[in-house]
Design a protein around this ligand. Sequence first.
Ligand code: E4P
Length: 215
Amino acid sequence: MKLFIDSANIEEIKKANTLGVLDGVTTNPSLLSKEKQEPVAQLKKICKEVDGPVSAEVIALGSDEIVGEAKKLSKLSSNIVIKIPSTVEGLKATKKLSSLNIKTNLTLCFSASQALLVAKVGATYVSPFVGRLDDISFEGMDLIRDIKLIYERYEIKTQIIVASIRHPLHFLDAARIGADVATVPFAVIEKLMQHPLTDIGIKRFLEDWNNLKGK
Ligand code: E4P
């Protein structure tokens, strides 16, 4: 499973990149607004920092406007992927962008029927949001299972990005189900390698080693 970082913060992206496990970045308007920088300049910086795909979201809602904005954003860097809401207008725009070989990530996906339709218009990625479904007492991971089943049944090439990840178990479940990508906030990435028994084990090994030195 590929690991993307869900962040627009350069320091977080740099730190995650040094781990050697980072495959890409997803941003959204809320994440970019937290950075208090001009968003296009920030996106350019992010694209320079990583080799993998960087999702940049359109603000436009009408299909023609989405296509216009996507064309501009795609010129920022060769690794830009255009993030588009999973709406009727988003579908029309994605169909057009697919014909222009512009990569897309259909975001705000909350149902398997949305995921099937975005695949039919050639979306490169679909982003179902598990955390936001959990927040309203729906099992977010059930949606990932449904989409995976449907995509396998019809040999669909659209890649599933598990988004709105809130904790390490979301990441683990995404891998168990066989999602293509998990996009993970930095705070959760940091937790993925943590284990108290690893820390206790290191402490004990060092204590035993130091006791031996006295012999
Ligand atoms: C990813 O593409 C989304 O932007 C992100 O995962 C949303 O996460 P949130 O629900 O924690 O805001």
